[in-house]
Design a protein around this ligand. Structure first.
Ligand code: FAD
Length: 186
């Protein structure tokens, strides 16, 4: 290690603790002829390259990064790999229909497990912990929506972690648990 010459460690806790000297790789010194060129060494670029090579190891792939791998959101996030979309199952079903909602929920949930398979297969020490997550209703008005979401997840076969609280303290009325949620060290 030569001590993080460009100061990238201050970017995030993950970069600060990743035990790498964070020296950028050498830039291209001219044109390169490759099968696939990818801009950006975040999750999107790296997963794309990994998946392409898994399917066809003969491909030549160049990943071009402006800073260092993990400089963007991928190296700064909260470390949650949860099967949560920015829309509830109920809203997704309303907009796209039941079949597409179920397919999407299953695909997102399987992505969380795929991260675990990847870490195991590639010996990545990502502290993959499958602890689940809770979505909480903070008042009676939110319970019906949670119940509807749970029914949708149940139909998708994704309701393992469902919890319904019976004592219902004022601040914690009911909850939907999503079994596959994971904390991970990005
Ligand atoms: C604070 C925060 C917390 C988050 N928490 C979570 C979480 O807990 N769980 C979760 O699932 N998601 C979380 N996210 C979202 C998640 O981190 C992002 O969706 C994901 O990292 C996006 O990956 P990406 O590869 O598309 O983009 P990035 O990680 O941003 O990668 C893009 C890369 O492209 C490079 N680049 C840009 N322009 C060029 C160029 N012209 N040439 C070459 N390289 C270039 C950048 O330097 C960067 O390295 C969080 C995001 C933030 C910001």
């Amino acid at each position: 290690m030569n001590g993080d010459p460009l100061g990238y460690a201050s970017t995030s806790f993950w970069l600060e603790t990743c035990d790498d000297d964070l020296t950028p790789r050498a830039p291209l010194d001219g044109s390169a002829d490759v099968d696939v060129a990818i801009l950006g060494a975040g999750y999107t670029g790296l997963w794309t390259a990994y998946e392409l090579l898994r399917r066809d190891p003969s491909l030549s792939i160049a990943i071009l990064e402006r800073e260092i791998a993990g400089f963007g959101a991928s190296g700064r996030n909260g470390g949650w790999a949860a099967p949560n979309l920015n829309a509830t199952p109920t809203n997704l079903e309303r907009r796209f229909g039941r079949d597409r909602m179920l397919a999407l929920e299953r695909a997102v949930a399987s992505g969380v497990d795929e991260i675990g398979r990847f870490c195991a297969a590639e010996h990545v020490e990502a502290d993959y912990i499958k602890g689940g997550s809770l979505t909480i209703a903070r008042g009676p008005s939110q319970i019906a929506a949670l119940d509807a979401d749970w029914a949708a997840l149940n139909e998708a076969g994704l309701s393992d972690g469902h919890v319904r609280l019976t004592n219902r303290p004022r601040s914690l009325m009911s909850s939907v648990g999503r079994g596959p949620a994971v904390s991970v060290r990005p």
